[in-house]
Design a binder for this molecule. Structure first.
Ligand SMILES: Cc1ncc(COP(=O)(O)O)c(C=O)c1O
Length: 341
């Protein structure tokens, strides 16, 4: 499928781990409006990381694909919900690296591909529809493992990535992001109280927690913004995966000092609604609010619920006059163009 693999790829080593430079970094930290309670919003534009239309997965894929290339992989395999942003961005990474990509997806192949599926096809990925429900992650992971075995038996050397790219290696990308935010806050002369973001498979959260624990251990950072994850999947809300363990593991493989404490982890479960990918009244309102107040484009599945959580916490008085609150816009924009009949 994809073209030659040795063109514009820059690989280097970060935290002793191979890293492919896919993402446009640092992403902007944009000033937003004043919120309820007179706190100030800032939006970290991780929706603009590039790599096939952007999103948080570009940061994880820098390290995941670094590991894949170092291992001599000839193809990438991953898994996700029907409209998985992670799968679309893995397809983009494969196109850039010249690696074959196989995506194991929930649901059935639709008559017309839309959103992330349309883009994945365009990037040349093979999409394997399993018929599984969007929350049946156990079944999806088994299908990924089976496909990995099948492709290995055919003589390919797959690098197989669990759902959301949420391994300790993937989480390294958000250690980088935490450092980036701390540096940007310093340059802007602000002391952010909290960083709010959407959490689903837990890797983004784990990387940020690891980044904070590392910054705390160095003792060199004056301001350590707290982390507030808005849970949008039942698993992460129930503590699966363990963000604490994943964060500690990320620090270990990166060879960085830092101890992750139970109190470092906060997942706000109140904005999920009925289930993953089912919109709520608050998420619909957050989509309109973000579009009208900053032309930020939120998706139904992830960022709308994340922003609903941020706005809800602001209304409930979590932050006060002069507090700075950062929302990491983790992407998801292709989903906006999917028809929901
Ligand atoms: C747009 C978007 N935001 C947030 C997340 C959540 O990130 P994580 O899976 O690392 O918890 C995802 C994951 O798929 C996503 O696609």
């Amino acid at each position: 499928m994809a073209g030659d693999s040795n063109r514009h790829i820059v690989t280097d080593v970060e935290f002793g781990q191979p890293r492919v430079r896919f993402a446009t970094l640092p992403t902007h930290l944009e000033r937003g409006p004043v919120l309820a309670g007179q706190s100030r919003l800032w939006v970290k534009r991780d929706d603009l990381t590039g790599l096939g239309m952007g999103g948080n997965k570009a940061r994880k894929l820098e390290f995941l694909c670094g590991a894949a290339v170092a291992a001599g992989a000839t193809c990438l395999i991953t898994v996700g919900a029907g409209q998985s942003n992670h799968c679309r961005m893995t397809a983009a990474a494969g196109a850039v690296l010249g690696l074959e990509v196989h995506l194991v997806l929930a649901g059935d192949r639709p008559a017309v591909l839309e959103g992330n599926q349309l883009l994945s096809e365009r990037f040349g990925a093979h999409q394997h529809f399993t018929g599984a429900g969007p929350s049946e992650w156990g079944l999806l992971e088994i299908a990924r493992e089976d496909l990995t075995d099948e492709l290995s038996a055919q003589g390919l050397r797959p690098y197989s990535i669990p759902i959301g790219g949420s391994t300790a290696v993937g989480a390294l990308g958000y250690i980088v992001a935490y450092q980036e935010i701390v540096d940007q806050a310093k340059a802007l002369n602000i002391s952010p109280q909290t960083i709010v973001f959407t959490s689903s498979s837990g890797g983004t959260h784990a990387g940020l927690v690891a980044g904070r624990a590392y910054a705390r251990a160095t003792g060199k950072v004056d301001v350590l913004p707290k982390l507030l994850a808005i849970g949008v999947a039942k698993g992460v809300i129930a503590g699966y995966p363990s963000v604490k363990e994943l964060a500690q593991e990320a620090l270990t493989i990166a060879g960085l000092p830092g101890v992750v404490l139970e109190e470092d982890i906060e997942v706000d479960a109140r904005w999920l609604g009925e289930d993953y990918a089912i919109p709520t009244e608050a998420s619909r309102a957050a989509i309109k609010w973000a579009a009208h107040n900053g032309a930020w484009v939120l998706d139904d599945v992830y960022t709308a619920k994340g922003m609903a959580g941020l706005l809800g916490n602001a209304s409930q008085g979590r932050w006060g006059n002069g507090d700075d609150v950062i929302f990491i816009h983790t992407g998801g924009s292709p989903e906006v163009f999917v028809r929901h009949d």
